[in-house]
Design a protein around this ligand. Structure first.
Ligand code: NAP
Length: 282
């Protein structure tokens, strides 16, 4: 039996094991997807075990996405620029790191959002880890401009400095979230990467952008998938805009990882169903 692991700490909330195992089973692959919970002190030892012959690879989640890079032999350029690896592939004795949030978000925009980055102005709320993947995807997709609004404007500036190697001809601006509403309203695709609106938070009923700044021509994305509809997405729908929650990105980053390990197209509809089922049990 071959094995794939999810490395993180803690892992109680992840639905990756549910939808990854469902995909392996549906494709008839003799492999187990396991939760490998490891605090910081055990990361090195766990990374060493990834070189064993029965391991296909791993996913990596909070808090190890950056620290795990020190244990890998090769890192994909986008993951290197972002400074985070969420997928590891074992090839013989070599461990290769990727960030599948980047193609995962791009596929969500294309397949579920029915849109593209090319020639579009992209507005990003927040400048943390997920924002880095969103911006990298928009840069690779040749967006016309990317505007990043963060409550600490210096965080948006740092993000742009770190991703400079991926920028190409894309225009970029770092903005202060509280005063950037008009600049965000002028965007074609708006992406919330802050946790504002997430279930079980004090701001679960708050939208990170006031409804009057949302235009009907926009595609509004929220990376949050629990709840499936956030205050931002409800406001966008009311305003006549197209909306996209975080579930497609979650599924497609998982599918991109699965395809690296297994070498064939992932059964994404099986994954989507299993993910929805796992979320409904929460
Ligand atoms: P992160 O690294 O902690 O970044 C969060 C960003 O939001 C930071 O810029 C943070 O600013 C900002 N922020 C937090 N609270 C805020 C508030 N009250 N007002 C304004 N800005 C605020 O987290 P992450 O890993 O990027 O994750 C962000 C969200 O994306 C989470 O909801 C996560 O579940 C979701 N996500 C979804 C997927 C998917 O596949 N759908 C993948 C990854 C992440 P400070 O640094 O100043 O706090």
């Amino acid at each position: 039996m071959q094995r794939i692991g999810l490395i993180g700490y803690p892992l109680t909330h992840s639905i990756s094991p549910a939808f990854q195992q469902a995909a392996l089973d549906a494709a008839g692959i003799q492999a187990r997807y396991e939760a490998w919970e490891a605090p910081d002190s055990q990361l090195g030892e766990l990374a060493t075990r990834l070189r064993r012959a029965d391991i296909l690879g791993a996913n990596v989640t909070i808090p190890h996405k950056r620290a795990v890079m020190a244990y890998l032999d090769e890192i994909d350029p986008a993951a290197q620029a972002i400074g985070a690896v969420n997928t590891i592939l074992r090839q013989g004795q070599r461990l290769i790191g990727y960030n599948t949030d980047v193609p995962g978000f791009a596929r969500a925009i294309r397949d579920d959002g029915g849109d593209q980055f090319q020639n579009r102005r992209i507005g990003v709320l927040g400048a943390g880890g997920a924002a880095r993947a969103v911006v990298a995807a928009a840069m690779a997709g040749e967006a016309a401009e990317i505007r990043i609004a963060a409550r600490r404007i210096e965080q948006a500036g740092e993000l742009l400095d770190d991703l400079a190697a991926l920028k190409g001809n894309v225009a970029t601006r770092a903005l202060a979230l509280g005063t950037a509403s008009a600049e965000l309203a002028a965007c074609d695709i708006l992406v919330n990467t802050t946790p504002i609106g997430m279930a079980h938070r004090p701001d679960a009923e708050v939208s990170p952008l006031a409804p009057e700044w949302i235009r009907p021509t926009m595609l509004v994305c929220d990376l949050i998938y629990n709840p499936p509809s956030t205050p931002l997405l409800r406001a966008a729908k009311d305003r006549g805009a197209r909306i996209l929650n975080g579930l497609p990105m979650l599924i497609y980053q998982g599918a991109a990882a699965w395809e690296l390990w297994i070498g064939q197209p992932a059964p994404v509809e099986v994954m989507r169903r299993a993910a929805r089922e796992a979320l409904s049990r929460r």
